[in-house]
Design a protein around this ligand. Structure first.
Ligand SMILES: CC(C)(COP(=O)(O)OP(=O)(O)OC[C@H]1O[C@@H](n2cnc3c(N)ncnc32)[C@H](O)[C@@H]1OP(=O)(O)O)[C@@H](O)C(=O)NCCC(=O)NCCS
Length: 223
């Protein structure tokens, strides 16, 4: 079994898995919108045990999680949202849904600094409720009356992602590839330069200064 990021080419197969498992279905463009806007957040479980008959065999997608970031977060707090999750009957109780959810949550934290993740679930959906509340640690935030098209109420659930962030940061094996970038990188670079006594300053350049002045100078000894 392979759990990997959802690619646009998977969408028709994910859509067919969704139609098989859930009454909440979406247009193809809605899947594409997720895949193009937040390509790191949606995952598929692919059964790779089946030998390929031709090089053009479609992947056998047996589960998926479709996820997004909230576009207009209240109070500016970044958070993710699970749009849809399902696993084919033939592949249930193997831990696939849990793995798909954890992958997506990790990407929400790492890529978008999400503070929490939210979702809706039917009040009658015992399997999903057990997964969200007991296995993953979601909490019920409120009940949304007649949320579903057939009139069923939904639990609106939330999971705090800050413990996951702390766990990732504390993890010794948390890969640190390459040099730091952005503000952190700049701070480190300044420290290094400072230690060697060659702090660089911005030098004014321009025609008015003449050609002779258009040379980078070390001004650290000035003033
Ligand atoms: C809900 C669903 C996604 C779970 O997928 P799954 O891959 O079978 O789940 P996992 O194997 O990762 O289960 C993890 C835990 O969730 C709970 N769980 C999952 N299915 C359960 C069930 N039928 N009854 C009770 N608990 C269940 C268990 O605690 C389980 O841990 P355990 O197997 O060690 O006891 C799957 O049943 C499904 O696709 N259902 C139809 C679509 C759906 O309801 N999607 C959710 C919409 S909000």
């Amino acid at each position: 079994m392979d759990i990997r990021v959802l690619k646009p080419a998977d969408i028709p197969h994910v859509q067919s898995t969704n139609i098989t498992n859930l009454p909440e279905n979406y247009f193809m463009k809605y899947y594409l919108y997720h895949a193009l806007s937040w390509p790191q957040l949606s995952y598929v479980a692919v059964d790779v045990s089946r030998p390929k008959k031709t090089p053009y065999d479609p992947p056998k997608i047996v589960g998926y999680v479709l996820a997004k970031m909230e576009e207009e977060p209240v109070n500016g707090i970044q958070h993710g949202h699970i749009t849809s999750l399902s696993v084919m009957r033939t592949h249930r109780r193997l831990g696939l849904a849990e793995k798909l959810m954890r992958q997506s949550q990790r990407a929400m934290v790492e890529m978008f600094g999400a503070q929490y993740v939210s979702l809706h679930v039917r009040m009658s959906n015992i399997a999903a409720l057990r997964l969200y509340r007991d296995t993953l640690g979601f909490e019920v935030e409120k009940v949304e009356s007649k949320y579903y098209a057939d009139g069923e109420d939904a639990y609106s659930m939330k999971m705090n992602l800050n413990p996951l962030r702390e766990q990732l940061e504390a993890d010794e094996d948390y890969a640190d590839e390459g040099e730091e970038v952005g503000d952190v990188g700049k701070k480190e670079k300044k420290k290094e330069d400072g230690e060697q006594g060659k702090t660089k300053r911005k030098v004014k350049l321009g025609r008015g200064l003449g050609v002779g002045e258009l040379v980078e100078r070390n001004e650290s000894s000035k003033a």
